[in-house]
Write a protein that binds this ligand. Structure first.
Ligand SMILES: [Mn+2]
Length: 312
């Protein structure tokens, strides 16, 4: 049997890096299925910090797939967010916590585990936890815990479920780490923008959505220090304009999320995007920023609001 390639979405984050690493470990060690984890691009600072902290090697980068590849997809089910060639590869399994968007097909039945939880790492933990004899090393538990802390913003995002909290509690015990301490270090790493260009910042955590025939790029910067990013307004705006021109998308939305305060400041690429945002959130822009108290989740808050506005 060919070695399964296990990976997450493009522009990898902590969940989409850690959940595949742990799932590949589990396939190898306990199901005796040869598997190897990959990442789909370079890691952000938070994820790099987490791998370093738990002394886990950074997986090899995978950019394209062929029909000979057997793959396990984690943390997305969207072909647009997967490496080139995904439609010709043999999909063996999907594990995800995003809405089903369609587009992927298989020749035979496969395992799909999708749950409306705060992150894929929680699902991977639950799948492993079904096997009573699994002994998880501290480092693997630590990676899953980091995935949960990252995706749920330490349980403050509205996407957080009780399952995520329960999993985190057990995983923290196995990993022998404090959730608060690990979260603090991860968020500090995430907030370090040194060495990053405005273009890096506006595309680091970024997804494209098709809505009512329009292509919207929606980016998020989660940080404990919003002032650093906000002070780069002019550079950020021109990086956003260049990005949509280059890829021919219609509008770009960039949410600077304050992890501590639990709110966002929104910057948009153009005037049409401005009116769309005003309709979506019933707020006004002040000095190019729209302040959005309580808004932190792209999946549960930003996208539904924009979809509602664009459809009406
Ligand atoms: Mn995730």
């Amino acid at each position: 049997m060919a070695e399964l390639k296990v990976f997450g979405h493009i522009t990898p984050d902590t969940d989409s890096t850690c959940a595949p690493i742990v799932y590949a470990w589990f396939l190898n060690e306990f199901l005796e299925v040869p598997a190897k984890a990959y990442v789909t691009g370079s890691l952000n600072k938070e994820t790099a910090y987490v791998l370093d902290y738990f002394e886990v090697e950074t997986p090899e980068v995978i950019k394209s797939l062929s029909e000979n590849d057997e793959v396990v997809i984690v943390d997305t089910n969207n072909p647009e967010e997967l490496p080139d060639g995904i439609k010709s590869a043999q999909i063996a399994e999907i594990i995800d916590h995003h809405k089903l968007v369609g587009g992927l097909t298989t020749e035979s039945p496969i395992s799909i585990t999708m749950k409306p939880l705060g992150c894929s790492s929680t699902i991977v933990w639950q799948m492993i936890d079904e096997y009573e004899d699994v002994v998880m090393p501290a480092s693997m538990a630590g990676l899953l815990l980091a995935g949960i802390i990252s995706d749920t913003l330490k349980f403050t995002s509205p996407t957080t479920t009780q399952d995520d909290k329960d999993a985190a509690e057990v995983l923290a015990e196995i990993a022998a780490v404090s959730v608060d301490e690990l979260a603090e270090k991860m968020f500090a790493a995430k907030s370090d923008l040194s060495g990053m260009s405005a273009s890096d910042i506006v595309t680091m955590d970024s997804k494209v959505f098709e809505m009512s025939g329009k292509k919207l790029r929606v980016s998020v910067l989660e940080t404990t220090n919003t002032e650093i990013a906000k002070s780069m307004k002019d550079e950020l705006l021109s990086a956003m304009v260049s990005k949509i021109e280059e890829e021919k998308s219609d509008h770009m939305f960039f949410f600077i999320v304050d992890i501590i305060a639990g709110n966002a400041d929104l910057l948009v690429s153009d005037t049409q995007a401005k009116s769309l945002a005003e309709k979506a959130f019933s707020k006004e822009f002040v000095d190019d920023y729209m302040h959005l108290p309580g808004v932190v989740s792209r999946k549960k808050q930003m996208i539904p609001a924009l979809e509602g506005a664009i459809a009406s």
